[in-house]
Design a protein around this ligand. Structure first.
Ligand SMILES: CC(C)(COP(=O)(O)OP(=O)(O)OC[C@H]1O[C@@H](n2cnc3c(N)ncnc32)[C@H](O)[C@@H]1OP(=O)(O)O)[C@@H](O)C(=O)NCCC(=O)NCCS
Length: 243
């Protein structure tokens, strides 16, 4: 059993701690969080001991850790700060199914009931949340969060730092560009460019959800009416996918 530190004391930390304990691979020795109000409290019985800054990590002798923060950007920031100091744990629930050729990057979390089919790959510090599945040959980038119950069909490619909202689906071979957000329940039927937010069935995307989603463009939603928004998104944020 390896001693494990968990970085982040929010709700997601409960899932990370439970998954780590269920795996039988780790002894969860403490939680680190930058919020001093949380120091001395407990998450699932594990004490919150100190801040997650590099200095403090050195002082408390943390060697092996996982980042329990759902927000992709914050997870990436923390990883960048501590990369040199720590070894990152990869935490996989015993009820997850990993098929032949499946690959999980360091620091990633695979939750209860999740499935990686043959040759599916997820990058570093990614989250494959409860009962999400990636079918054969799927690729998910670093720092991406695959929400609970998400379904990725075969050969789907998802870039880095993407949020795939709870219960969304992506059809075979489609790609989702870096930094995109796919809303809960969305069905992606064609490639989604980097940085956009896409919602609906089938998915429609806009550069900024607040400005364009409420507009008649989005309400009508045909290819023709969406063309200006799509062109704007393409110009602002060119599509970019892991591969
Ligand atoms: C898509 C999403 C990011 C939009 O968030 P937001 O920018 O705060 O948008 P708002 O909540 O202000 O909603 C804007 C409009 O989009 C609609 N909308 C929001 N999410 C939607 C979704 N998933 N599908 C369809 N419509 C959606 C809202 O009803 C609202 O429409 P209205 O203006 O007609 O009332 C968010 O709703 C979402 O689905 N997040 C996924 C969260 C998730 O699953 N995380 C994983 C947790 S473990």
């Amino acid at each position: 059993m390896r001693p494990l530190w968990v970085i982040g004391a929010g709700g997601h930390a409960k899932v990370v701690i439970d998954t780590a304990l269920a795996s039988g691979q780790f002894d969860v020795v403490g939680v680190l969080d930058d919020d001093p109000r949380l120091w001395g409290t407990r998450v699932l019985g594990v004490p919150v001991r100190a801040a997650a800054s590099a200095l403090v990590a050195r002082r408390v002798g943390v060697e092996y850790a996982v980042i329990a923060v759902g927000n992709n950007r914050i997870r990436a920031e923390i990883a960048g700060r501590l990369d040199e100091l720590l070894a990152w744990a990869t935490v996989v629930h015993p009820t997850a199914y990993l098929a032949r050729g499946a690959v999980i990057g360091e620091g990633s979390l695979v939750c209860a009931g999740a499935i990686l089919q043959p040759d599916a790959r997820i990058g570093r510090h990614a989250i494959l949340n409860t009962a999400a599945s990636i079918d054969h040959d799927g690729v998910v980038g670093d720092f991406t969060h695959v929400g609970p119950g998400v379904r990725l069909a075969g050969s789907v490619r998802v870039g880095a730092s993407v949020l795939l909202g709870i219960g969304c689906s992506v059809l075979p071979g489609c790609s989702v560009g870096t930094g995109a957000t796919i809303g809960a329940g969305t069905v992606v039927v064609r490639d989604i460019p980097a940085g956009v937010t896409a919602i609906g069935v089938p998915a429609r995307f806009t550069p900024t959800l607040d400005k364009l989603c409420a507009s008649p463009l989005c309400a009508q939603g045909s290819d023709e009416t969406m063309a200006p928004a799509i062109a704007l998104a393409d110009r602002a944020l060119p599509s970019e996918n892991t591969g």
